[in-house]
Design a protein around this ligand. Structure first.
Ligand code: DGL
Length: 296
């Protein structure tokens, strides 16, 4: 049974979910966070629902012995493709994703407009799932929604390209111009990688377009959920952050600092073979106990 002292687990295909970690640390600085970046198997955005669901299942099975008080699927693709199945397979865990909070914020940002025009960018899989469209239309029936897959952005970001890089500028222009031509009022950044280019995106679409960052919304959602379950850790010492990755290239630690705005301890490598073995076992054995508070 998790307690207020239990950690929050945050997972993503790679570095993108660290934008969510950063936002959670801003609103809940005392919480211990365990981050899992499935860096060996990204991108998720071009994969099938069955494959992505299997990856998420393996990661949660691996981290289950930590008794997390909350699990955040900090990946729009994984939220769109696997959330329903994963929730039914782990009924004792509190699991949330990034799409509902993002859609809620988009609907709010549309303000009093009768027929707001809302653009969404995300991975191929997220856009194909229509999860955002449905979540927005549920809240604003008269909204016009234009959803555009932007498959190059997450790999460019994982490659560590700075926003001034000509390749980034070309990709952003190519992707955003068709949406701007639709006179959008709101743009949803439907991938947890994209907030890293948020300022450039906002500058490109102009002041009249509200840019919704699913990371911020998701963090506020986690705060609300922990609050209502009475599971918030009381203030005091800052929470620990421990990272796990399936591919431990030097790039992770380097780029993680950019995503988080702080240096992190080297991540722990978990082999995908270990994940496969755990998830194919009906009663997963616990990994070695993990020292969280010591890993700040
Ligand atoms: N961060 C993931 C998301 O929010 C996308 C990256 C990927 O394709 O793996 O959808």
């Amino acid at each position: 049974m998790p307690s207020a002292g239990s950690p929050i687990v945050v997972l993503d295909s790679g570095l993108g979910g660290l934008t969510v970690v950063r936002a959670i640390r801003q609103v809940l600085p005392a919480e211990d966070i365990v981050y899992f970046g499935d860096t060996a198997r990204l991108p998720y955005g071009s994969k099938s629902a069955a494959t992505v669901t299997n990856f998420v299942r393996q990661i949660i099975t691996y981290l289950y012995p930590l008794d997390p008080k909350h699990v955040v699927i900090a990946c729009n693709t994984a939220t769109a493709l696997s959330m329903a199945t994963i929730r039914s397979e782990f009924p004792d865990l509190n699991i949330s994703g990034v799409i509902e909070p993002g859609a809620r914020a988009a609907a709010l940002a549309a303000g009093r407009r009768q027929r707001p025009v809302i653009g969404i960018i995300g991975t191929e899989a997220t856009i194909r799932s229509r999860a955002y469209e449905q979540a927005i239309i549920r809240r604003r029936q008269l909204a016009k929604v234009f959803a555009l897959p932007t498959p190059l952005l997450a790999p460019i970001i994982e490659d560590g390209r700075a926003v001034e890089d000509p390749l980034v500028q070309i990709a952003l222009k190519q992707y955003l111009q068709p949406l701007m031509a639709k006179a959008i009022n709101v743009l949803v950044l439907g991938c947890t990688h994209y907030p890293i280019y948020r300022e450039a995106i906002s500058a490109m679409v102009g002041n009249n377009v509200a840019v919704i960052d699913s990371a911020d919304q998701c963090a506020q959602d986690v705060q609300r959920r922990l609050g209502s379950a009475n599971l918030q850790r009381a203030g005091g010492a800052p929470g620990a952050l421990r990272c796990f990755v399936t591919d431990n290239s030097p790039r992770f630690a380097m780029l993680a600092a950019r995503f988080l705005g702080l240096e992190i301890e080297p991540p722990t490598w978990v082999s995908t073979d270990e994940l496969h073995a755990l998830a194919s076992n009906s009663e997963p054995s616990a990994p070695e106990p993990m020292e969280l508070r010591a890993a700040v």
